[in-house]
Design a binder for this molecule. Structure first.
Ligand SMILES: [Zn+2]
Length: 161
């Protein structure tokens, strides 16, 4: 994906208030992120590790989503599969919950997904970050990237629906 600026990211949040979007921690080293290898930028707030964020481009538009860890510790110890990149981890997948956009979110509705705890799905898919166990699949990297993009688009659609 193309590089995003801090301002582009802050103004792209679909499921938090403008005030929250202006205060949340965006990585300072954006210029050093491996943009060419990213389907989305995902990060955790170093000051509030239960908060995670992702930003991506969908249909030519930048979209950012605020997420929270559910704190389901039992899940983290188990072997589980990321719902975006389909990487199998032992202890490296978190249940992340996103408030839904608009009125649904204000009423407390949210959607959850099991996602790599470090939000580095793009790197796992490309083999740029390793995991202990890898499900053998006959898909090419290109096919895995397309699947990750489709899964991410479906997740964002559930947040913004
Ligand atoms: Zn993943």
């Amino acid at each position: 994906m193309k590089m995003l600026t801090e301002q582009e990211i802050r103004s792209a949040f679909v499921n938090c208030t403008k005030g929250e979007a202006s205060r949340l921690n965006v990585p300072r080293d954006l210029a050093e992120s491996p943009w060419d290898d990213l389907d989305f930028l995902g990060w955790r707030d170093p000051q509030a590790p239960d908060r995670a964020y992702l930003a991506t481009e969908l249909d030519g538009r930048t979209v950012a989503v605020a997420l929270r860890s559910s704190g389901a510790a039992a899940w983290q110890a188990r072997r589980s599969i990321c719902s975006l990149c389909v990487t199998t981890h032992t202890g490296g997948v978190s249940l992340l919950v996103a408030p839904r956009a608009g009125r649904a979110g204000k009423q407390g509705n949210s959607v959850g997904a099991y996602i790599c705890s470090d939000l580095a799905c793009s790197l796992y898919v490309r083999g740029k970050r390793e995991v202990g166990t890898r499900l053998h699949e006959s898909l090419t990297v290109e096919e895995k990237i397309r699947r990750t993009e489709a899964n991410l688009a479906a997740f964002v659609a559930r947040v913004t629906a």
